[in-house]
Structures are given as structure tokens and as C-alpha cells.
Design a protein around this ligand. Structure first.
Ligand SMILES: Nc1ncnc2c1ncn2[C@@H]1O[C@H](COP(=O)(O)OP(=O)(O)OP(=O)(O)O)[C@@H](O)[C@H]1O
Length: 271
């Protein structure tokens, strides 16, 4: 279980200080799919960086299965939005996907098998010897996802992973992620601006306030699985949940900055 307790993160100090996160408490259970939404600049990326040990919190704790996270945990992989910066253009697709495996000390045969499996999972099995720049944007993002999968993480963090692709590709990638999760049981934590996407994918949606952020509400998504782009989004319950999350985000964007952490923590609720 990933556990965040009273996380606070301030960049800089003195007059230049930017308080990005005031007080966040949340948990992500094994095999759960949690989406995080919030207004622009709410500190979503900051939160993910604290979760994967790239940033040290100013206060509070992050633990994975009870162990404090002080650097990138072995059980975790991340996929970020900008595939053009995360893929190495001079490496083939296969080599890009295999990069994180260098730390896993596996045999060449085992690495090749994992790379092949991950590329097959994202439908790119015949593109291993191509270079990223030979692929479309959506295909490049699938390579970035395959790289996360090849590592066989227990938990995958995704920061706006579909933001740079067109709407149809985005829907395809959402379904790809759902299939992967179904097949592997990997825990997913995904940050998105897109409320429909969050409700479509998640078991729970964590709504963050505007900066300095707190958890406004954690919304349980009781939509049946498997989900389907047309059938699920046509459900009255989908529309209700979507409207509820939208209302929360609109309200938080209009509110003044939250007050003392203790009072705010009481207001937010965890399921
Ligand atoms: N390295 C940094 N130094 C100073 N301030 C920073 C730094 N990184 C982020 N911030 C500030 O912290 C706040 C939260 O940024 P962050 O990128 O985490 O928000 P976000 O919710 O991911 O934004 P968006 O939705 O626009 O991607 C912003 O006001 C940002 O300007």
C-alpha cells in the first residue's frame, strides 16, 4: 500500500517560497486504480515527484508497504506526459523499453522476453527495431508505457500520460491501460486534467484543491467493470459522478487558500 500522510511541499524559502502542497493525506491500496485531479498548478506533479522519491517532502511522510520512500522505490515505475523528452531518439524502441531493466540484473534472454511482452501488451510487437522518431505521437507514448510495464512494477505512476495525443488515440490508450491493469493487477496512480478520463478509469478519484493544495474529497467510482468508452460514458451514474467532480473542482478554484492544516484535514475524507 502507498500511503501519504500530511504531506507538505514548499519550494524555495523566505519571500520566494511557493507553498505547492499544504496538507495531503491519501492511500492507494494494492491493485487499486486511483486518479488525481485538481486545478492547474494544484501541485499534482509535485505530489507524484514526492511519491516516487524524486522530491523530498517539506513535511509529512510517504511510505510504500510501510517503508519510507526516500528515493525511487524498486517496485515503482513512472510514465510522464512528454514522450518526446522521455524516449531516447538514438535508441531503438527495444532499447528504450529495456533501459530500466539494466538495474534489474537479469539475463539477456530474460530482458528480451520482458521487452517483447511489454511491446506486445501495447500492440507494438513488430516495431522493436524502429526508432521513436519513426513513430506517431500515440505510438511513442505506447513505447513509454511499454517501458514502464517491462520493468514489471507493482505500482505505476502516470502523470498526464495521454495529454499530448489526439482524442481517439487518448481513448485507445485509456483502454490499453485498463486492459493492462486487468491482466497484471498492477496498482495505478494517474494524474489527469480530464475529469471524464478520471471517472472512466478510476476506482477512486482524489480531488485536490487549488494551491496550496489539500484533498477536497475522495470520490468512490462505483461504475461496473469492464468499462467501455461508449457504454460506460452513457450511464446516468457516469454523468452524476462527472458532474460531482467538476463541481468540486470549480468550487475549489473559486475558494480562497485553505486555512490551518488541522482544520482542513478534518474536512477531507478518505474512503
Ligand atoms: N521547482 C519549482 N520551483 C518553484 N516552484 C515550483 C517548482 N515546481 C513547481 N512549482 C510551483 O508549484 C506549484 C505546483 O506545481 P505543479 O507542477 O506540481 O502543479 P500541477 O498541478 O502539476 O500543474 P499543472 O496541472 O498545470 O500541470 C505551481 O505553482 C508551480 O509554479
Amino acid at each position: 500500500m502507498l500511503s501519504v500522510t500530511h504531506l507538505r511541499k514548499t519550494y524555495g524559502s523566505g519571500g520566494q517560497a511557493v507553498e505547492a502542497i499544504r496538507d495531503l493525506t491519501l492511500t492507494v491500496g494494492k491493485g487499486e486504480f486511483v486518479c488525481i485531479v485538481g486545478p492547474s498548478g494544484a501541485g499534482k506533479t509535485t505530489l507524484l515527484k514526492c511519491l516516487c522519491g524524486l522530491l523530498a517532502p517539506s513535511d509529512g511522510t510517504v511510505t510504500l508497504d510501510g517503508e519510507p520512500v526516500t528515493g525511487p522505490p524498486k517496485a515503482m515505475a513512472s510514465v510522464f506526459q512528454d514522450y518526446s523528452r522521455s524516449l531516447m531518439p538514438w535508441f531503438s524502441v527495444e532499447r528504450n523499453v529495456g533501459l530500466p531493466l539494466r538495474n534489474k540484473h537479469r539475463s539477456a534472454a530474460d530482458r528480451a522476453k520482458r521487452i517483447e511482452g511489454a511491446l506486445a501488451a501495447v500492440g507494438l510487437e513488430s516495431f522493436g527495431s524502429r526508432y521513436p522518431w519513426e513513430l506517431s505521437g500515440g505510438m511513442q507514448q505506447r513505447v513509454a508505457i511499454a517501458r514502464g510495464l517491462a520493468y514489471e512494477p507493482e505500482i505505476l505512476l502516470l502523470d498526464e500520460p495521454f495529454a499530448s495525443v489526439d482524442a481517439q488515440t487518448r481513448a485507445d490508450l485509456e483502454d490499453l491501460i485498463l486492459r493492462v491493469r486487468e491482466a497484471t493487477g498492477v496498482t495505478m496512480l494517474l494524474v489527469t486534467h480530464d475529469i471524464d478520463e478520471a471517472v472512466y478509469l478510476a476506482d477512486r478519484v482524489v480531488v485536490m484543491s487549488a494551491r496550496p493544495s489539500v484533498v477536497v474529497e475522495t470520490v468512490a467510482v462505483d461504475l461496473p467493470r469492464p468499462r467501455d468508452q461508449v457504454a460506460t460514458k452513457s450511464l446516468a451514474r457516469f454523468a452524476e459522478l462527472r458532474a460531482h467532480v467538476l463541481r468540486l473542482i470549480r468550487n475549489t478554484a473559486d475558494q480562497p487558500a485553505p486555512a490551518a492544516p488541522a482544520a482542513v484535514t478534518g474536512a477531507a475524507h478518505e474512503d
